[in-house]
Design a protein around this ligand. Structure first.
Ligand SMILES: [Zn+2]
Length: 85
């Protein structure tokens, strides 16, 4: 038992069971439910502004949940054009 397991107890966002590591859900099943829930709430893509260039990028909500979003990843995503809302 490592002490950091006690300092940061994480409970599954979906069912409330304890999670391991840095995950926010306890299982793949709950993870998929979380992605579904957030996609229906925020949309499949989110508009994210690159603070360096001021451009808006079209970033899949799933990627933000699964990988997080770092500044250097931003330019890998296509720019959000006005014609595709
Ligand atoms: Zn769960």
């Amino acid at each position: 038992m490592s002490p950091e397991k006690f300092s940061e107890p994480t409970l599954c966002w979906i069912c409330g069971s304890p999670c391991s590591g840095s995950r926010v859900t306890c299982s793949d099943e709950c993870h998929e439910k979380l992605v579904d829930r957030l996609e229906s709430e925020f949309g499949i893509y989110k508009k994210v502004v690159d603070i360096e260039t001021g451009k808006i990028h079209r970033v899949p909500t799933r990627d933000i949940i699964e990988k997080g979003l770092r500044q250097q990843d931003m330019r890998r995503y296509p720019e959000w054009s006005m014609t595709c809302q």
